[in-house]
Design a protein around this ligand. Structure first.
Ligand SMILES: Cc1ncc(COP(=O)(O)O)c(C=O)c1O
Length: 390
């Protein structure tokens, strides 16, 4: 199905309403920050329901202070890979903070979440014999699998039986690296990690890219393994700090000897500089911040359930009340246009995107934030009903 991008119409309308630029700009205002869009002298509030700032930490004052202090008091960057001369105490401090937060033995910092995934696959390529990938895993997981140079097998997304069947066809000596997202970032929903782990032979590993799970799921926001109460030395996760944690940078987390493999074998770590020092300092502050603001995690999860309950049951809507992401795949261009108009009229910026793994023509990807209000979410579900002619 080819759906023309309805965004230009939405943006034209915003311009009519007084926006200086057809592209929304964000302005800091207490309590509203990243959900306000300026319109010159008269701010016209438009609620942003896109992106991945699930906990609303991207303008957190404490994290910002850590960032600013590090950039004011030291070099911006160490000028080399950490494996050569570029190491710094701030990197080690960030890694300790990440590992402590996730109750795991060790963490390895990378410049981005994408690189963290490449580093997992490269780090384990001498250990594993096959990579077995959930069909909906993010691009960086698929790219990592390819870069490992190992044979790649795929199984139907979210289907532990399909995984078992693939694993049962491997030779007894196989050491499979099973790879999946924890929370599927473009459509919401969670991989059944508990079942994946049960399917795994003792000689294998479960690699979870928890880019969208960190901060958003699990009772204390520690992500998909916390949600499923998993503790297992065969579990390796890659994360990004650019989503719920509001910063940037990535990490690989898990068993200390596996992290040593990442440090000594992964080109994505050995041949790439760590993030700027200010980012390392901000990451260390952000993981502590999640525990200082436990209400945010609870609130996000409560909003996700409330929103999910209020949505109509329709084939166009992909939603899972456990996660803050909802996708709407309109059946045709007319429906996409109606939804765009309904969302715009209700005061939302229509979250229309194109992204690898989503429908080629584009789709609406809604991301809730802990700083959204209940009434905004109720208005959003009503607007969706209107747009779908419910
Ligand atoms: C599932 C998943 N993993 C990894 C990444 C990459 O993270 P980063 O933006 O830090 O490179 C993304 C980013 O969109 C993602 O959705």
């Amino acid at each position: 199905m080819k759906i023309p991008n309805p965004q230009p119409t939405a943006l034209r309308r915003s311009k009519v309403a007084g926006l200086r630029s057809p592209l929304p700009t964000l302005r800091d205002r207490p309590g509203q920050t990243s959900s306000s869009i300026t319109s010159g002298a008269e701010p016209s509030e438009k609620i942003v329901i896109s992106g991945c700032d699930y906990l609303g930490l991207s303008d957190d004052a404490v994290i910002r202070e850590a960032w600013l202090k590090a950039s004011a008091n030291g070099p911006l960057q160490t000028g080399a890979s950490r494996a050569t001369t570029g190491d710094h105490p701030l990197y080690r401090r960030a890694e300790k903070a990440i590992a402590d937060f996730l109750n795991e033995p060790a963490a390895v910092l990378t410049a981005t979440g994408y690189l963290a995934s490449l580093a997992v696959a490269q780090g384990l390529r001498d250990q594993a014999t096959h990579v077995v990938v959930d069909a909906s895993a993010h691009n960086c997981v698929q790219d990592g699998a390819r870069l490992s140079g190992l044979p790649i097998l795929s199984f139907a997304s979210g289907d532990a039986r399909a995984l078992r069947s693939v694993l049962s066809n491997l030779p007894p000596s196989a050491r499979p690296l099973v790879a999946t997202d924890g929370v599927y970032g473009i459509r919401g929903g969670m991989a059944p990690l508990n079942e994946y782990l049960l399917a795994l032979p003792t000689s294998g590993w479960l690699w979870v890219d928890d880019a969208h799970g960190l901060g958003s799921v699990g009772a204390t926001g520690r992500g998909s393994p916390e949600f499923f109460s998993l503790r297992d030395s065969r579990l390796i996760r890659s994360v990004t700090f650019s989503k719920a944690l509001g910063v940037a940078g990535g990490a690989v987390i898990g068993d200390a000897s596996l992290m040593e493999h990442v440090r000594t074998r992964a080109g994505a770590y050995l041949g790439s500089s760590a993030p700027p020092l200010a980012i390392a300092a901000a990451i260390a502050a952000a993981v502590v911040r999640v525990d200082k603001l436990p209400g945010r995690v609870r609130r996000l999860q409560e909003l996700a359930r409330r929103f999910s309950n209020a949505l109509p049951s329709r084939p166009e809507i992909l939603n899972d009340s456990r996660t803050p992401v909802t996708a709407i795949h309109p059946r045709d261009a007319a429906q996409a246009q109606r939804l765009t108009e309904a969302l715009t009229q209700a005061g939302f910026v229509p979250p229309w995107i194109r992204y690898p793994g989503g429908p080629g023509g584009g789709f609406f990807r809604i991301a809730l934030k802990a700083t959204h209000s209940r009434s905004q979410m109720d208005r959003l579900s009503r607007a969706i009903r209107v747009g779908l002619n419910e």
